[in-house]
Write a protein that binds this ligand. Structure first.
Ligand code: 5GP
Ligand code: MN
Length: 354
């Protein structure tokens, strides 16, 4: 029986040994690079900017360097203008990495998720600190790792870390807004991966900093361009197909479709999970032609006990969470679609089962 009579207190994230280790790591670092996975989302951007702000308050020289650009709908996030994008400024990022004596890796745990920036990070001799909520960290890639797959988001993790480090008192409203944004985007606005009561304690403490949650919601979810709206309508009416007795769905998004709807980065975010609104739907797959590389990005979402991560690992050279995973296929989109249909066929029994 759970004890509901005691007040809910913020549990420590780290034990005292880990806390000492982390503080030593911070103490001995002067130049820090903070990074996250390619195709950064609200959680990746929010957590890196929030940790960077904290490290700057300790007097560190901090640069946020991301492998690729974040979506347009996050352009309002405080501090995002100073972010360096490896794809746009590779030599600048390489030189910052060469000078760094600590690299903080947030919201990913496999170096391959840095894409083109992976080699530059691997070549850098500074120790790597990983703070992440994905399953399966790379063995030996990090000098220090804080891996919490049970947590909603890296932003929750960073909040709890800063809280334990005594940084809550001095936390600004804009840092609180950064962390709230990542929690909101990674939980679908508190819809999934958010059953832990401690998350609501974090959210409550963030709200006490004066976060305008409604305004974040509007900026993230209600600032669509007409093109984005018509793109979604087009995909769902023209491209979506159903499989495995209606328990799975697939759609493709081509460069041509993106062009005709004036696609900007981020316009397809969330589209993959739309068919989960259909009763009985357990797996949704989207295939999107990458706008910069010659690969097809595969996104998977699942529910009701079907774990799409395994499929992503087995068929799409990817990974992620049990219910939200991704990968890529180095084929033209029609051949990539064939691979997806074969993958669904391989799981047809499991998908059809109750
Ligand atoms: P999305 O579909 O939003 O791109 O990704 C969904 C989830 O899968 C995210 O949590 C992301 O971290 C993970 N993911 C996406 N692509 C890859 C990939 O290529 N490899 C791995 N390991 N995880 C991925
Ligand atoms: Mn995340």
């Amino acid at each position: 029986m759970k004890d509901f009579s005691a007040p809910l207190l913020m549990p420590d994230l780290l034990d005292s040994g880990q806390l000492m280790g982390l503080m030593n790591m911070f103490r001995s670092a002067h130049s820090v690079v903070v990074t996250a996975h390619h195709g950064p989302d609200g959680d990746a951007l929010g957590s890196t900017l929030a940790l960077a702000t904290y490290l700057r308050s300790l007097g560190k020289r901090v640069s946020v360097c991301l492998p690729s650009m974040f979506p347009d709908f996050l352009r309002w996030m405080p501090g995002c203008r100073d972010v360096l994008i490896y794809r746009d400024s590779p030599s600048k990022v390489r030189s910052l990495l060469a000078q760094a004596d600590l690299v903080c890796c947030l919201d990913f745990c496999e170096l391959s998720r840095l894409n083109a920036m992976q080699e530059a990070v691997e070549r850098c001799r500074a120790p790597r600190l990983m703070i992440d909520h994905h399953e399966g960290p790379d063995e030996g890639a990090f000098a220090f790792q804080i891996s919490r797959p049970s947590m909603s988001s890296t932003c929750e993790l960073v909040f709890r870390l800063l809280y334990q480090l005594g940084a809550y008192e001095g936390m600004s409203r804009s840092t609180a807004a950064l962390l709230m944004t990542g929690i909101m985007t990674d939980t679908g606005n508190f819809a999934y991966s958010c059953d832990d009561p401690v998350l609501y304690l974090c959210a409550s403490l963030l709200m006490r900093k004066g976060v305008d949650k409604e305004s974040i919601y509007k900026k993230v979810y209600r600032s669509w361009s007409q093109g984005k709206f018509t793109l979604w309508a087009d995909v769902l009416s023209q491209s979506l197909t159903f499989h495995a007795g209606g328990h799975a769905s697939v759609f493709t998004l081509t460069r041509e479709m993106m062009k005709s709807h004036k696609f900007v980065r981020g316009d397809a975010e969330g589209l993959v999970s739309e068919p989960l609104k259909i009763r009985g739907m357990r797996l949704c797959v989207s295939l999107r032609e990458d706008t910069e590389e010659d690969v097809v990005r595969v996104s998977l979402r699942s529910t009701d006990g079907f774990h799409c991560r395994e499929m992503a690992e087995r068929f799409f050279d990817g990974g992620g969470h049990d219910d939200a995973a991704g990968g890529q296929l180095p084929f033209p989109i029609e051949s990539a679609r064939e691979v997806v249909l074969r993958a669904i066929e391989a799981y047809a029994l499991e998908l059809g089962g109750e």
